[in-house]
Design a protein around this ligand. Structure first.
Ligand SMILES: [Zn+2]
Ligand SMILES: [Zn+2]
Length: 135
């Protein structure tokens, strides 16, 4: 039983790994230390595009969050950061260290992110939701 579960987890990790070309797990997994790292493939592809467009070092403040950590940091229950096997995370908070808000927003649009949170001081939130939303 344990073996079977482990294998399932491993398979889903490999799937994500193949898509994430230049990202390290430490950049994408939950920051609480639990290493939850269910991230949607399509979102990772767009994040790769975003990094390619910027052509500058890009720091990700927050990506996947396990349900518990999502609650702890005050994330909404419907947060795109919330990461479970059934519903992988599609959101990334891009740090503004070394980047301007405008260039991150432009690049996010080019990369195809529909959810863009612009009203934060130290980062821009991008997510791969289906319908456009800016806040
Ligand atoms: Zn966690
Ligand atoms: Zn966010």
């Amino acid at each position: 039983m344990l073996n079977w579960l482990w294998e399932l987890k491993w398979l889903s990790l490999v799937k994500v790994m193949q898509a994430s070309v230049s990202f390290k797990w430490s950049e994408l997994e939950c920051k609480c230390g639990c290493k939850t790292r269910y991230v949607q493939d399509e979102a990772i592809n767009k994040l790769q595009k975003l990094r390619d467009i910027l052509q500058k070092p890009m720091i990700i403040n927050s990506a996947a969050r396990c349900p518990l950590h999502n609650v702890r940091v005050g994330g909404s229950p419907k947060s795109q950061h919330r990461s479970t096997k059934q519903s992988p995370s599609t959101a990334f908070d891009i740090s503004l260290r070394g980047l301007t808000k405008e260039e991150v927003i432009k690049a996010a649009e080019f990369a195809g992110f529909k959810g863009v949170g612009v009203n934060y001081k130290s980062f821009v939130h991008v997510d791969n939701r289906k319908y456009s939303a800016t806040w």
